[in-house]
Ligand binder design. Structure first.
Ligand SMILES: C[S@@+](CC[C@H](N)C(=O)[O-])C[C@H]1O[C@@H](n2cnc3c(N)ncnc32)[C@H](O)[C@@H]1O
Length: 232
């Protein structure tokens, strides 16, 4: 059973007004939050490559927003390289675990809050960087999520994302295994796109490509690391 004692009043208000889609998502991720927190990172070397690369784009003068932060592992690592990192997730269960971890490092310039990446509320032009790790394939509508990300970026700000491109997997996975797992509640709804389609979506939202890389160290890497700039 997840602790609800550290869900803040603001979280409670957000949860009360969340869309049906956000609530459905939260139910899935709340249910698996403890397991997600306990599972080891599958490709630690690839993960460290990504963290190193993200740090190249961060500075202590930046206000940073993370969407879909999960249990906060990455936020805890990156917060020291920002002025402030506001890490958000649709799942109160994930955020509760993240806050437990933050309690051990209270001096970090980091806060966690419950928020749907597809809903307005991050503040217009309020952030220098938006981080999105392993989440853009999980939103209901990529354009909605990108609209919110672009709106909250200041001119010249960066969207830094690492995104599984499901269309690049063996087709048996997206078209057979995932639907079967979804039917028994073991997988979330996913968007299927490849790296090229992701890049087109970023361009469609007026973002200029700064970097497109793959950091995996184990076999075929379907996770595209992208950095894109909102024009100044
Ligand atoms: C695969 S986990 C990734 C967590 C973390 N970013 C990482 O890389 O380990 C996906 C996370 O995205 C969150 N999520 C899914 N849809 C979301 C949405 N619409 N808005 C905010 N968070 C969302 C889930 O609750 C979950 O914590």
């Amino acid at each position: 059973m997840l602790s609800t004692s550290i869900v803040s009043d603001a979280d409670t208000r957000r949860l009360a007004t969340a869309s049906a889609a956000a609530t459905r998502k939260a139910v899935f991720w709340d249910r698996i939050a403890r397991k997600y927190a306990a599972d080891p990172i599958a490709d630690m070397a690839g993960y460290e490559n990504t963290l190193r690369r993200v740090k190249d784009f961060l500075s202590g003068e930046q206000d940073v927003l993370e969407i879909g932060c999960g249990t906060g592992t990455t936020a805890l690592r990156l917060a020291p390289f920002t002025r402030h990192l506001r890490a958000t997730d649709v799942s109160a269960g994930m955020i509760a675990i993240a806050r437990d971890k933050l309690a051990a490092e209270p001096a970090l310039p980091l806060s966690f809050e419950v928020a749907d990446a597809e809903a307005p509320g991050f503040g217009m032009g309020a952030h220098d960087v938006v981080l999105a790790f392993n989440v853009l394939h999980l939103v209901d509508d990529l354009d909605h999520a990108l609209t919110q990300a672009v709106q909250t970026l200041r001119p010249g700000g960066l969207l830094i994302a690492k995104t599984p491109c499901i269309s690049e997997m063996n087709p048996l996975i997206p078209y057979l295994a995932l639907p079967l797992m979804r039917a028994i509640g073991k997988a979330p709804q996913v968007l299927c796109f490849d790296g090229e389609a992701l890049q087109s979506a970023l361009t469609r939202h007026g973002l200029q490509s700064v970097a497109v890389e793959r950091h995996g160290t184990r076999g075929k890497d379907i996770r595209v690391f992208t950095v894109a700039r909102k024009p100044a």
